[in-house]
Ligand binder design. Structure first.
Ligand SMILES: Cc1ncc(COP(=O)(O)O)c(C=O)c1O
Length: 450
């Protein structure tokens, strides 16, 4: 193997200390997590991660698109320290503090559309979705929610009712909220109607009208339509360019648009929100993950006339808008602006995508490459013609990357996701992409022999 500058792995993983933690974890920690490989983190800075045995990895996962400014960005760390010395918690459910106003004044202007907006703050993505569900029901006085198959909106009972990306997420938890209608997402590489874009002329929208609205969904009972501007856990799938505009007919029927930007938001796609690629102004936007570079914070941003439907006592969370997380969020937004990280996502994302598209030309098992900015997916297949899902192959590539010092994880059943910190440097990224290509090449030639 060629000498590496950043990725440094000694011997086969997991090392001795990591093995001990993995074993203890099986004893103490709820077994509901589906981890891909045994990384045991000791420390992380920027886009480099050290494990407990002294191995170093390039981070293409960013704590699942959370570490927007990388690990331990100095401005974020300083903001956390400064705030922790002032006060750590004071529950904005009952009291006030200033930095929440400062954050809202920064965050609101970054949302599309010029109308006055207000924010509800929580701790996690699922909480932001729960708030949007309650809020849109309260405002519209309607019951039904629309969501897509392949969607991921969280794992709490309300959010889980919208989530439909893997049966395991629901197994044993049924029944959920009854009034949720799922319909297919326009996943063009695997078009549910076996059509080809653009010749299909958005048949998916006609199908939804004919088979759902005209057959069994009373549209005047639909409170809101939840969607990810680019599906995340469903396999990193962008909708075709005019899709959400074509769905806007629903708004004339009084249906509110809730845009889940929890994974795609905060500059990751090369725009502040993924929906900016689609020219649609949502009624409600949910943000979490990258908003505070790793501290728990989420925001449900709604047009003021919608948010003002809530009366005191209707919704709150003890820990929501924790002042330390808010300060980390202010530092995150400042770093994104000062260091031009959205531009970085565009520039480096374009370079990475070019490399992945070349891999698609070279390797039979690379079926599709898609996404924007530093939110990219590589769909692994058994072969290009059958498009049979290469689940085992994708796992072997991830394992190769881990064993050689790069952290890549999956989205959906067989898509490798590329979501490094937005401030990853070009040399670190290039080295990780080289390792990823080696993994793809190795699994590609092994699959030819079988
Ligand atoms: C699009 C989307 N919505 C909601 C969630 C749920 O967020 P959390 O895990 O913070 O509850 C996720 C998490 O992956 C997500 O990707």
């Amino acid at each position: 193997m060629s000498p590496r500058k950043f990725a440094k792995v000694e011997g086969k993983l997991p090392g001795a200390k990591a093995s001990a933690v993995v074993k203890a974890s099986a004893r103490y920690i709820a077994p509901s997590f589906s981890r891909f490989y045994p990384l045991v983190v000791e420390s992380a800075h920027g886009a480099l991660v050290k494990d407990v045995d002294g191995n170093q990895f390039i981070d293409f996962a960013a704590g699942i698109a959370v570490l927007s400014t990388g690990s331990t960005h100095p401005k974020v760390v300083q903001a956390i320290k400064d705030q922790a010395e002032k006060f750590i918690h004071f529950s904005y459910t009952d009291f006030y503090y200033e930095n929440l106003i400062e954050l809202s004044e920064k965050l609101i202007p970054m949302m599309p559309g010029g109308e006055r907006k207000m924010v509800y703050y929580g701790n996690s993505g699922a909480e932001a979705i729960e708030a949007a569900m309650k809020l849109t029901r309260t405002h519209t006085k309607r019951t039904t929610f629309l969501a897509h198959s392949g969607a991921f909106h969280g794992r709490t009972m309300g959010a889980l009712s919208l989530t439909a990306s893997k049966p395991m997420q629901r197994k044993g938890s049924l029944p959920l909220i009854p009034d949720v209608v799922h319909f297919p997402f326009p996943y063009c590489y695997r078009c549910p109607w076996k059509q080809t874009f653009p010749e299909c002329d958005y048949y998916c929208v006609d199908y939804f009208k004919e088979q759902y609205l005209e057959k069994f969904v009373p549209v005047d009972e639909v409170a809101s339509y939840f969607f990810e501007s680019i599906q995340g856990e469903g396999g990193y799938v962008p909708a075709p360019p005019e899709y959400f505009k074509k769905m806007e007919f629903l708004r004339k029927e009084g249906v509110l648009f809730v845009d889940d930007e929890i994974q795609t938001g905060v500059g990751r796609t090369g725009k502040f929100l993924g929906i900016e690629y689609y020219g649609v102004v949502p009624d409600v936007v949910t943000i979490a993950k990258g908003i505070a570079s790793g501290l728990p914070l989420s925001a449900t941003v709604a047009k003021a006339e919608i948010m003002e439907s809530w009366k005191p006592g209707q919704h709150a969370s003890t820990f929501g808008a924790n002042p330390v997380a808010v300060q980390a969020s202010l530092a995150t937004l400042e770093a994104i602006k000062a260091e031009k990280l959205v531009e970085n996502a565009n520039r480096l994302g374009a370079k990475a995508k070019r490399r992945f598209l070349e891999m698609k030309e070279k390797y039979e098992i690379v079926g599709d490459v898609r996404g924007m900015g530093l939110f990219l997916g590589i769909e692994i297949v058994k072969d290009k013609k059958s498009k049979a899902r290469g689940e085992e192959e994708a796992r072997r590539i991830m394992d190769y990357c881990f064993q050689h010092g790069t952290l890549v994880i999956m989205a959906g059943r067989n898509t490798l996701r590329f979501v490094p910190p937005l401030n990853i440097t070009e040399d670190v990224m290039d080295e990780g992409v080289d390792i990823l290509e080696e993994g793809i090449a190795a699994v590609n030639s092994a699959s030819k022999k079988t």
